[in-house]
Design a protein around this ligand. Structure first.
Ligand SMILES: NC(=O)C1=CN([C@@H]2O[C@H](COP(=O)(O)OP(=O)(O)OC[C@H]3O[C@@H](n4cnc5c(N)ncnc54)[C@H](OP(=O)(O)O)[C@@H]3O)[C@@H](O)[C@H]2O)[C@@H](O)CC1
Ligand SMILES: Nc1ncnc2c1ncn2[C@@H]1O[C@H](COP(=O)(O)OP(=O)(O)O)[C@@H](O)[C@H]1O
Ligand SMILES: [K+]
Length: 520
């Protein structure tokens, strides 16, 4: 599990080490880790440190010191390195070490046009961003702002620029706690972060700007702090999912009831059912209009369909709402499922049926627009763009207010438990932003909920508190959906009705990972 602690907690963990005179040792450990990751990235790009051109961007704080010490190590391995100093008072010892190893430096003075320096950096093999780290206050200003603006213009977008940008601790320009960006940001291909990840690397615009996140252990003791955000990795999801055993039969593997689709949106039902079956469980019971049931059957004859009630369709979990609009029967089923006390995934058309208070086994899956409506109806007047800017804050607010688990969809999927525990998953591909995608997510979540509903060991297997198991299951569902989307996108634009093929492949990978872990 990738675990992020707040910048304040990381600083508090650093403090006793700094007080006991180990400040420089911390900087050296951080620099060494950064250097190692840069070497690996150079290797992946078919280069070596010897002969590589490196530009170190150094601000006035310890973040600049980390970057300069990493530059020193690259110089000693034969790289050519220039430091662009964004302040006239950078960390003296690290600059001295950088110069002694043969590095040159230039100070960007206030008011000087950074255009030429930015162009030079844009042509380097590697740019190390040591402008600001956890000490950043607000959006970039002064020479830092001018340089990042000029660099982004000169080098172009991350996807097409030639220089590899490695952020030291965090990409300069993001808020360390929220990931919010106010002004320019230096988007990284990879971020090397120290002690632990920081929330801003996993949330909102910050997640987009961080690239691949690498955590370097610098010997901080964070055991007394509570993680601010968690991300499930492949191994965590593998530990959570439940494979059938020789003792299982279809009912013990989990039965999922799905009340989705309507005569207006019949396809949503077929998509949710197909995705649930591909995730693996004992049975899907579909409830809805006969015309929709016959579409579901055309695609998945294994689904058991009826036009009956929730009470008559015995299940371990429910999915309600995808494509279910203007349909009183589906609305009634949504209410019954939510009131049943069973785990229930509540999407789209069923969100208005959620009562004031529910339990964490009720998993709401709004996108930002739906969460805006949901919160506004409960007296929190907030629009879609405000939620997109602070997804974690509003997902937590909704979870705390209702007692439900809230999965907020988007580039990063944020899952908030009513306990305050937060997950963020960035497994998805933007190609997943296509109609019907959310219906397949509901199906995956429902299948996981049904198959894990009676599994008392699930929380322990991935190291979360029992009360947070539904949030962990939701995060795992987002991870499976995202990975399936990435896989599908390799064949071109995603056809959502094809996603079950990729879901099955992702599940096969997860079971293989688990088999290998068990064999170790
Ligand atoms: N502590 C340790 O021992 C360890 C720390 N470590 C490393 O240190 C980093 C934290 O270092 P830090 O505290 O020195 O702050 P940091 O982010 O480098 O710079 C702050 C300076 O930047 C400036 N500035 C601020 N806001 C700005 C803005 N918006 N726009 C422009 N400039 C802005 C402001 O300077 P001023 O403008 O006042 O000259 C301020 O003083 C941490 O991320 C990690 O990399 C690791 O090596 C582990 C050991
Ligand atoms: N830019 C993006 N990058 C990655 N995933 C995205 C992006 N935009 C949306 N998604 C994902 O696609 C799905 C869209 O769901 P939703 O908005 O409910 O679509 P629909 O209602 O059409 O099914 C969600 O899982 C969401 O997280
Ligand atoms: K930085």
């Amino acid at each position: 599990m990738l675990v992020a602690f707040s910048g304040g907690d990381v600083r508090a963990a650093e403090a006793p080490l700094i007080e006991s005179g180990q400040g420089d040792a911390l900087l050296q450990r951080a620099a060494h880790g950064l250097f190692g990751v840069v070497l690996g990235l150079l290797r992946e790009a078919g280069l070596t440190a010897y002969g590589a051109t490196v530009v170190v961007l150094a601000g006035s704080g310890n973040n600049g010191a980390d970057a300069l010490y990493a530059g020193e190590r690259l110089l000693r391995r034969g790289a050519g390195a220039t430091a662009v100093l964004l302040s006239d008072h950078v960390h003296a010892a690290s600059l001295e070490a950088f110069r002694r190893a043969g590095g040159t430096s230039v100070t960007l003075a206030d008011g000087t046009d950074p255009g030429e320096l930015a162009l030079h950096a844009g042509h380097a093999d590697v740019v190390i961003d040591g402008i600001v780290g956890t000490g950043a206050q607000g959006g970039l200003r002064g020479t830092a702002r001018a340089f990042v603006d000029a660099f982004n213009t000169a080098a172009g977008a991350r996807a097409t620029r030639s220089a590899l940008v490695v952020a030291c601790d965090l990409p300069s320009g993001i808020d360390v706690e929220t990931g919010q960006v106010d002004g320019p940001v230096l988007a990284a291909d990879a971020t090397v972060t120290f002690g632990s990840a920081k929330p801003g690397l996993l949330l909102g615009a910050g997640a987009l700007a961080s690239g691949e996140v690498n955590v370097v252990d610098i010997g901080l003791d964070l055991t007394a702090s509570t993680p601010a955000v968690r991300t499930l990795l492949h191994a965590d999801v593998a530990a959570l999912v439940r494979a059938p055993t020789a003792q299982d039969q279809k009912y013990s593997r989990g039965v999922l009831g799905i009340a989705a689709g309507s005569s207006r949106y019949p396809g949503a039902a077929a998509l949710a059912v197909g995705a649930a079956l591909a995730t693996g469980l004992g049975m899907v019971r579909y409830l809805g209009p006969d015309t929709v049931a016959s579409l579901v059957h055309q695609r998945n004859p294994e689904a058991v369909a009826s036009n009956g009630s929730v009470a008559d369709a015995r299940s371990q979990a429910w999915v309600v709402g995808p494509g279910a609009v203007d349909d009183d029967d589906q609305r009634g089923r949504a209410s019954d499922a939510i009131g049943s006390g069973l785990p229930v995934v509540v999407d789209a058309g069923a969100l208005p049926e959620v009562p004031d208070r529910v339990g964490p086994q009720v998993i709401l899956t709004p996108h930002a627009g739906e969460l805006s409506q949901f919160l506004t109806a409960r007296g929190v007047d907030v629009d879609r763009s405000a939620i997109e800017a602070e997804p974690a804050h509003f997902a937590l607010r909704a979870a705390e207010m209702t007692g439900a688990t809230v999965l907020l969809k988007g580039f990063t999927t944020v899952v908030a438990a009513p306990s305050g525990t937060l997950f963020a998953q960035t497994d998805a591909s933007p190609w997943l932003s296509t109609a019907g995608s959310g219906d397949t997510l509901s199906g995956i979540l429902g299948a996981l909920a049904a198959s894990l509903a009676e599994d008392t060991g699930a929380a322990r297997r991935i190291g979360v508190a029992d009360e947070d198991i539904w949030a962990a299951i939701a995060a795992a569902g987002a991870a499976i959906h995202g990975r399936a989307g990435r896989r599908a996108a390799l064949r071109g634009p995603i056809l959502i009705s094809d996603l079950p093929t990729d879901i099955r492949a992702v599940m096969a990978d997860l079971y293989e990972e688990r088999r290998l872990a068990a064999a170790m």
